[in-house]
Design a protein around this ligand. Structure first.
Ligand SMILES: CC(C)(COP(=O)(O)OP(=O)(O)OC[C@H]1O[C@@H](n2cnc3c(N)ncnc32)[C@H](O)[C@@H]1OP(=O)(O)O)[C@@H](O)C(=O)NCCC(=O)NCCS
Length: 129
């Protein structure tokens, strides 16, 4: 699935504030922190979809288009694009709303592959909602 640039795609799954503790020494937000928010959102959405425990199996093609600044509201949108036997493909977008502003910018997007697990940590069939 390709990303439309005119607005967020998918369901708003996670919203949080970029804080000073999440910056590098230059004062910019770490890319790894952004990926952690996307991973958390993929975890929330896939667990809802699978109605149980899931794990991140793979993450594909991440490139950052805009920076995240302290005070920005970070919004993560998710779409379930495919469900296999135990795996789910999710398209995840990260957008920011700039501090004290209506301005919204896309930061990055990525494809996550999440896998439903049983109680022993082995892949199990997805019981989709
Ligand atoms: C992901 C994991 C559960 C797969 O276990 P496995 O025993 O290799 O299971 P399988 O080969 O049967 O794969 C299970 C499903 O995941 C898919 N899958 C696994 N790795 C994949 C990858 N790298 N890319 C795409 N799909 C993948 C398989 O295609 C399969 O999909 P399906 O059931 O819908 O057909 C296992 O490797 C694991 O637990 N990895 C660690 C995950 C983790 O800890 N993530 C957080 C890191 S901090």
């Amino acid at each position: 699935m390709s990303a439309r640039e005119d607005g967020p795609q998918g369901e708003l799954t996670l919203r949080t504030l970029a804080m000073p503790a999440d910056t590098n020494p230059a004062g910019d937000i770490f890319g790894g922190w952004v990926l952690a928010q996307m991973d958390a959102a993929a975890g929330i959405r896939s667990a809802e979809c699978a109605r149980g425990r899931t794990v991140t199996a793979a993450l594909r093609e991440v490139s950052f288009k805009s920076p995240v600044k302290v005070g920005d509201t970070v919004c993560i949108y998710t779409s379930v694009t495919n469900i296999g036997r135990s795996s789910m493909n999710l398209y995840v977008e990260c957008w920011v709303r700039r501090q004290y502003s209506e301005e919204r910018q896309k930061v990055t997007d990525a494809h996550f592959i999440m896998v439903a697990l049983d109680g022993q940590g082995k892949p199990r069939a997805v019981k989709s909602a």
